[in-house]
Design a protein around this ligand. Structure first.
Ligand SMILES: C[C@@]1(CC(=O)O)c2cc3[nH]c(cc4nc(cc5[nH]c(cc(n2)[C@H]1CCC(=O)O)[C@@](C)(CC(=O)O)[C@@H]5CCC(=O)O)C(CC(=O)O)=C4CCC(=O)O)c(CCC(=O)O)c3CC(=O)O
Ligand SMILES: NC(=O)C1=CN([C@@H]2O[C@H](COP(=O)(O)OP(=O)(O)OC[C@H]3O[C@@H](n4cnc5c(N)ncnc54)[C@H](O)[C@@H]3O)[C@@H](O)[C@H]2O)C=CC1
Length: 222
């Protein structure tokens, strides 16, 4: 069994090439566009939704079959045609160039696989069964979706704003760590879920930081 390393990859503006324009390519393209990649699709045909994206100029569509050289300059390659030999050739080319490649028809020919993804604003949850059962991964993802509430989005926006403020005003790394761990243990998420949360004013934020940094001589006060 392959033990895959989960990582979060910044693909903004990166050239990501998808070979094939069918139902599977459609899913991979959706994930890439969500991550703001510069998507190139090479395929003789496209599904209706992919053709719509191409018409809107959201992806670079090259209407033709895969040809050697297509992996060149790619940040990621997805071999998602229904022709195993084509997927294999594209994967071999990518591997030769050291480009990470996903192979839809037989995962073991590639170097990475695609998880099911849940997003709640800044939160991303990726579910993989290491390829054991893609439909099972989808089902587990749907089960998790039910417990991950919409309040996680404003909660993480709040955590982010607080963290930025703590990083801006607290010079001591030890004290910042203490404050950030304390922040994570507050019941803000529950309050947001129960709709009892009231926004912290800049003065309230400053006094929370001051109160919880007692003994920290490095704290900048205004
Ligand atoms: C290894 C992997 C490689 C990769 O594609 O990256 C792969 C491979 C294959 N999938 C196959 C079939 C199906 N795939 C799905 C669905 C999804 N497949 C996804 C990922 C992955 N699929 C990677 C492993 C993920 C993991 O670690 O678990 C998801 C999670 C993400 C996505 O694709 O975006 C997405 C759900 C999206 C969502 O959450 O909604 C369904 C269900 C459905 O369509 O409803 C079926 C039919 C039922 C079944 O077979 O289980 C076949 C057989 C083809 C054949 O035999 O003809 C192969 C080939 C092989 O086994 O090597
Ligand atoms: N990884 C996954 O999640 C899944 C993988 N699969 C497998 O993935 C493959 C694709 O499945 P679908 O998208 O449903 O097939 P599909 O038949 O809907 O689409 C295949 C696409 O490949 C294109 N194509 C064919 N030859 C090509 C070439 N030489 N160069 C470029 N493009 C070419 C076709 O024009 C078409 O757009 C199949 O092998 C299938 O068994 C199927 C289900 C899920």
């Amino acid at each position: 069994m392959s033990v895959y390393l989960p990582i979060m990859l910044d693909c903004r503006g990166r050239r990501c090439v998808v070979i094939g324009g069918g139902a599977v390519a459609e899913r991979k393209v959706a994930g890439l566009l969500e991550a703001e990649a510069a998507v190139v699709v090479i395929s003789p045909s496209l599904t209706e939704p992919l053709a719509e994206l191409a018409a809107q100029g959201l992806l670079d569509y090259q209407q033709r079959r895969y040809a050697p050289g297509d992996a060149g300059g790619a940040y990621l390659l997805y071999a998602a045609s229904d022709d195993i030999a084509v997927n294999e050739a594209a994967a071999a080319e990518a591997k030769h160039l050291g480009i990470p490649v996903n192979v839809a028809s037989h995962a073991e020919a590639g170097s990475f696989i695609t998880p099911g993804v849940i997003r709640r604003g800044r939160l991303t949850v990726a579910v993989s069964t290491s390829g054991a059962g893609p439909a099972a991964a989808k089902h587990i993802k749907e089960t998790l979706e039910e417990v991950l509430g919409a309040e996680l989005e404003p909660y993480l926006d709040w955590v982010h704003a607080m963290r930025m403020e703590i990083k801006r005003t607290v010079p001591s790394p030890e004290m910042r760590g203490r404050l950030l761990r304390k922040l994570a243990s507050l019941d803000t998420l529950t309050q947001m879920r129960q709709e009892t949360f009231t926004e912290w004013t800049p003065a309230a934020i400053a006094s929370w930081i001051a109160e919880n940094s007692r003994g920290n001589l490095g704290l900048e006060t205004e």
